[in-house]
Write a protein that binds this ligand. Structure first.
Ligand code: NAD
Length: 374
């Protein structure tokens, strides 16, 4: 069974879908692993390290894919990449189901089997395969580092011969996976940390990290542990409370998301005008519309002395560890597809496979994506 790992071609992408340690484990389970030349270079996994782990380095994309049964990737295939995949190939990675329709159609027509890691159900058994979580962890960490870099202040309290410095206040809006990592990172840098989430269950986790949880008389826990959209009245209450916290903050990290919907606006342009000069907003929801009204995805803008950053692909900024975590997620996912003798399973009956199967046998299998095609 040949598993191929192409070099990621998307601009700014520095991650790679496997790492030498995982190659060693795949080899042990009887698989042959081919890695495209320089696939790990941007994440500091060299061709030599992959070779030492037992992979074969291949320079030509067609040669890499010829005879490969499984392709592991980070970014969703483009139309051109889908075109290049040999018919019947199984591709596993992020697929951006709602935003990559043309490539999905191409994969359908070419009878590719595509598993979308975004669709892996968030059940206990699937935790080790949860790439959304591992990459959100990486993103939450980078967001705080980026905020600290742009903040004109120290984060920790300092008592020095040149006077005492008050600690900075970091506000985290949305305390899911990325938000909790951002809280932990800001705490480690010595900041005072406040956090808010519409799910009341998040309060306990926020407090256990030593941060202050901002309470609001709303509990908007929806299906599967995710947040639901707030009512108009709840949104007004939320805006009032968030505005007061925003005005005290030196750095704000926003992560609020509702699956399948535009990100909720938590920081309006009027609220930005009340912020301290030099304050920084890192809007992790930039690519789904932004939690701040002034955010522009992929850009840094200044307004009222506030720096508003709408980063794209934060996990790619820590490519070494983000790749390591992602590769482990894929290794775990592969245990569902490949048995102990290195033989592919023929029936995708496991609920994790069924849920994440996006395209198979010339059909789009994920109903919400199928609906978008019609
Ligand atoms: P997400 O990326 O969908 O959203 C980020 C956070 O934004 C969430 O905590 C959400 O509640 C919050 N949010 C949404 N609207 C908001 C608003 N108006 N104001 C403030 N906050 C708002 O979420 P996620 O990080 O992927 O995780 C969501 C949930 O899933 C968490 O409860 C997490 O523990 C759970 N989870 C479970 C598993 C598992 O059991 N295997 C794995 C991962 C995550």
């Amino acid at each position: 069974l040949v598993i191929a790992i192409p070099k990621e071609l998307a601009p700014g992408e520095q991650r790679v879908a496997t790492v030498p340690d995982v190659v060693r484990n795949l080899k042990k389970s009887g698989c042959e692993v081919r890695v495209e030349h320089d696939a790990g270079a941007m994440a500091y996994y060299t061709d030599a390290a992959f070779t030492a782990a037992g992979a074969t380095i291949v320079s030509d994309r067609d040669a890499l894919l010829a005879g490969a049964r499984i392709v592991l990737a980070v970014q969703p295939p483009t139309v051109a990449e889908a075109e290049q995949l040999p018919e019947g190939t199984i591709v596993i990675g992020f697929m951006n189901p709602a935003g990559n329709i043309e490539a999905i159609k191409k994969m359908r027509d070419r009878k590719i089997t595509a598993f979308a890691l975004e669709l892996v159900p968030r059940i206990s058994r699937a935790q080790s395969m949860d790439a959304l979580s591992s990459q959100a962890t990486a993103g939450g960490y980078v967001a705080v580092i980026l905020g600290a870099e742009h903040c004109p202040k120290f984060l920790p309290m300092l008592t020095t011969a040149a006077g005492t410095i008050r600690p900075s206040t970091v506000l985290i809006l949305g305390a899911g996976i990325a938000g909790l990592m951002a809280i932990a990172t800001a705490k480690r840098l010595g900041a005072l940390v406040e956090a808010y989430d519409v799910r009341r269950a998040a309060g306990e986790q926020v407090r256990s990290l030593g941060a202050k949880f901002l309470e609001l008389e709303i509990n908007a826990e929806g299906q599967g542990g995710y947040a639901r959209e707030l009512t108009a009245e709840e949104k007004i209450k939320e805006q009032e409370m968030v505005s007061a916290a925003v005005a005290r903050a030196d750095i704000i990290i926003t992560t609020a998301a509702i699956p399948g919907r535009k990100a909720p606006v938590l920081v309006t342009k009027e609220t930005v005008a009340t912020m301290k000069p030099g304050a920084v907003i890192i809007d992790m929801a930039a690519e789904t519309g932004g939690n701040c009204e002034l955010t522009q995805a992929g850009r840094t803008v200044q307004a009222h002395g506030v720096t508003i950053i709408g980063p794209k692909n934060l996990p790619a900024k820590v490519p070494f560890h983000a790749s390591q975590m992602y590769a482990k997620n894929l290794q775990s996912f592969l245990t569902l597809l490949v048995d102990k003798n290195g033989v592919l399973v023929t029936e995708y009956t496991d609920e994790i496979l069924t849920a994440s199967l996006l395209v198979h046998g010339g059909q789009v299998r994920h109903q919400p994506t199928k609906d978008l095609l019609e």
